[in-house]
Design a protein around this ligand. Structure first.
Ligand code: NAP
Ligand code: MG
Length: 485
């Protein structure tokens, strides 16, 4: 009798990224082109969420530090940068873009170490997109009069920018590139848990030879952000973060002349019709909510499946979830990395418990999770009531809430039944249905037969509690300019 073959092991060998990177033990603020110690002499640690190990310590920004940064930005605005032609400004921005490309691997590794996202995402998505943003806006710097014909175009002055931890480097690029192209100067604060790539960007900006004070990076937590927003000499506030903080900021600038753009939370609907290419749609669901641990403002966290393909979609989705690799974010095979912070992990776990308590049915693949660090397996809930907390609130983790529908009007109503309106996705083979649904969804971005795709030329932003103003494209330029007829 032939000997029975043991089943082959299809798992991938570990492929960790091993390029050495240079992270200093301590970082000061980057103010007026110089590394500047915090006035209160305080520093705080930033850790690797996949290991719990400290990576570095960074300065805690006080009101005095923010004031120094705004003064440096004002001096640069009144000085070299404000007087420079758009053509010259463009050259600096092109240089930043090229330097990012040259140092892309280093940035990708540090982004992954500080934030926990898989190296595949930071290497293939975040860093290249950030470079593209700088390239795109560099091209506009000397063409502002063409961008807004028959209007008088002037810069605003000093922009105060506050960004979150889920796309630390990409959000810095989204903020800096249009502000610089339009001739403004900047004070930017990265999130407390992910300050390192913004600080490395400060190094790169110094290498690019930008005049001192054009870009200032101040690190710190919420109070530092509030000090930037409330500084009387800031002309424009650009914020990306939670709806709760966005509302606070809106109130605090209400009595001022500051211009404001808010990119806030989301609860995107991903809609699968019966005639969709199901395998492709399942990949879109996985990309929409599981890659990047669901730490995406436009994550497809609500899935609506037409009733007659529900069984097929769920069977295929669960099989695909079983193959997802959760673990070391520096491993090139990893699909789902570490949850950014202990606090965020607790929030996600609280929502998962609430979903179970609400009577929804939960499925998690039986993957083994590393012992140290912050981890959450990909999770899907079916039988979710529209009123359930997991269908209503932003979870910001790898947790999907699935509902079914029978008719197109029904799914449009259900998808719009949320306080948010940032993004959505529709999967169908029929163009007419695609347009019928996409034109009726209250969402700033709607993807057709794809999900989570970004392009610097395309405006991005929300409706309702997802904020207002647009970043990207021509719209993104307008947000940093005074336009007079
Ligand atoms: P968050 O708590 O609102 O924090 C965002 C940033 O604001 C951080 O730098 C934070 O500092 C700072 N901050 C906190 N309180 C502040 C205050 N009172 N005044 C000024 N700044 C303050 O948001 P998060 O939890 O870090 O980020 C996740 C949220 O961002 C999600 O809701 C997500 O949907 C949203 N988001 C939206 C987009 C978009 O484009 N629409 C993109 C990415 C993320 P700390 O360092 O202390 O956190
Ligand atoms: Mg960190």
């Amino acid at each position: 009798m032939p000997k029975k073959k043991s089943s082959p092991d299809w798992s991938y060998a570990a492929a960790p990224e091993s390029t050495p990177v240079n992270i200093s033990k301590r970082y000061d603020h980057f103010i007026g082109g110089k590394w500047t110690a915090p006035s209160n002499t305080k520093y705080f640690s930033t850790t690797n969420p996949a290991t719990g190990k400290k990576l570095s310590e960074v300065a805690e920004g006080s009101e005095a530090d923010v004031d120094a940064a705004v003064k440096a930005a004002r001096a640069a605005y009144n000085g070299a940068w404000g007087k420079m032609s758009g053509r010259e400004r463009g050259k600096y921005i092109y240089r930043i873009a090229r330097l990012i490309q040259e140092r892309a691997r280093e940035f990708a590794i540090i982004e992954t170490m500080d934030g926990g996202k898989p190296i595949r995402e930071s290497r293939d998505v975040d860093i290249p997109l950030a470079a593209n943003h700088f390239f795109y806006y560099a091209g506009w710097a000397d063409k502002l009069d063409y961008a807004f014909p028959n209007q008088k175009v002037t810069s605003l002055g000093v922009a105060g920018q506050v960004i979150p931890w889920n796309f630390p480097f990409l959000m810095a690029a989204w903020k800096l590139a249009p502000a610089l192209a339009t001739g403004n100067t900047v004070v930017l604060k990265p999130a407390e848990t992910t300050p390192l790539t913004a600080l490395k960007l400060a190094e790169l900006i110094a290498d690019a030879g930008l005049p001192d004070g054009v870009v200032n990076i101040v690190t710190g937590a919420g109070e530092t952000g509030a000090a930037i927003v409330n500084h009387p000499d800031v002309n424009k506030v650009a914020f990306t973060g939670s709806t709760a903080v966005g509302k606070l900021i809106q109130k605090s600038v209400a009595h001022t002349e500051k211009k404001l753009t808010l990119e806030l939370g989301g609860k995107a609907a991903n809609i699968i019709l019966e005639d969709a290419a199901i395998d492709q749609a399942v990949e879109g669901i996985v990309n929409g909510i599981y890659f990047n641990q669901g730490h995406v403002c436009c994550a497809g966290s609500r899935l609506f499946v037409q009733e007659n393909v529900f069984d097929e979609v769920m069977w295929k989705l669960k099989r695909r979830m079983d193959t997802l690799i959760v673990g070391d974010p520096l491993d090139k095979n990893t699909d789902v990395g570490a949850i950014n912070s202990k606090g965020q992990l607790k929030t996600i776990q609280r929502y998962i418990k609430a979903g179970v308590k609400d009577g929804a049915e939960m499925y998690q693949p039986s993957c083994s999770l590393p012992e140290k660090g912050n981890w959450c397996p990909p999770t899907v809930f079916t039988n979710v009531a529209q009123s359930s907390i997991i269908a209503q609130e932003e979870i910001f983790g790898p947790v999907l809430a699935v509902q079914t529908f029978r008719t197109v009007p029904e799914v449009i109503e259900k998808a719009n039944n949320t306080p948010y309106g940032l993004s959505a996705g529709v999967w169908t083979d029929k163009g007419a249905r695609m347009f019928q649904i996409t034109t009726n969804l209250q969402a700033g971005v709607v993807w057709g037969n794809t999900f989570n795709k970004f392009d610097p030329t395309s405006p991005f932003g929300g409706f309702k509690e997802s904020g207002y103003g647009r970043e990207g494209g021509l719209h993104g330029l307008g947000a940093y300019l005074n336009l007079e007829i």
